[in-house]
Design a protein around this ligand. Structure first.
Ligand code: CDP
Ligand code: CDP
Length: 209
């Protein structure tokens, strides 16, 4: 059965954590589409490649490269992500993953709106910027203790603004997405809400076959 779960939202809202848990619960594949943009951003930063060329020549192993989770690569990712031809070069791979037999969870910014507008279940995961920056700072400061919370907050806010204000596939909740604000939720509570929503979407489909 084709079954696609679309999970969108701003930086460090909990999309990846929820996606992995939903994928494991329902035995679906998972694609973190942010990694595609991070891998393109990395090639531009490290090798000075043309962003569109980098997107067109992206390979599966680029997504497993070390160092994609840094703040510098995140900024580079959001800069290449405004370019329409970069986004266009990444569409087919994402849609092929989304429609694989056995079903899939994709998380990103435009999954429920542009990549998979007919996804069977949609979630928009969000949280207050201060909460998201604090979570991301806890992660990043393990590797770079000199990083301050203020720097991470500024980075997250700059990236959110770029993602929301761009013309091409801006960050916005799909009309039919369930919005989950994780600001005051434990991971287990956020996951339970997501699983319940996906379960009800799945039952709706089965009952209407
Ligand atoms: O994928 P995204 O950037 O939206 O976020 P994430 O990587 O899933 O989550 C960012 C951090 O927030 C991780 O360290 C999660 O463990 C943490 N988190 C949390 O503390 N509470 C939640 N309800 C969700 C995530
Ligand atoms: O993990 P986090 O939420 O911080 O970021 P990410 O999901 O890895 O995405 C990095 C950047 O890629 C975002 O700030 C967006 O600019 C871009 N992106 C996008 O434009 N569309 C997507 N479907 C996924 C990511």
């Amino acid at each position: 059965m084709r079954f696609t779960v679309a999970i969108d939202g701003p930086a460090a809202a909990g999309k990846g954590t929820i996606s992995k848990a939903v994928a494991a619960y329902f035995d679906l594949g998972h694609l973190d589409t942010g990694l595609l943009y991070r891998a393109v951003g990395r090639k531009v930063l490290d090798a000075g490649m043309d962003p569109v060329q980098a997107a067109k020549t992206l390979m599966a192993e680029d997504l497993n490269a070390e160092g994609l989770r840094t703040a510098a690569v995140a900024q580079a990712a959001s800069k290449v992500a405004v370019i329409a031809d970069v986004r266009a070069a990444l569409v087919d791979f994402q849609r092929a993953f989304a429609t694989r037999s056995g079903g899939a969870v994709l998380d990103g910014r435009d999954i429920g709106t542009v990549i998979c507008p007919r996804a069977e279940a949609k979630l928009y995961v969000t949280a207050r910027a201060e909460v998201r920056a604090h979570r991301r700072w806890l992660e990043l400061s393990e590797k770079d203790p000199s990083l301050t919370l203020e720097q991470v907050l500024a980075d997250v806010e700059a990236r959110d603004a770029r993602d929301r204000d761009r013309i091409e596939a801006p960050l916005v909740a799909a009309d039919d997405a369930l919005v989950i604000d994780t600001s005051d939720l434990a991971i287990s509570e956020a996951v339970a809400k997501a699983v319940a929503h996906v379960q009800s979407c799945k039952e709706f489909i089965i009952n209407n076959l």
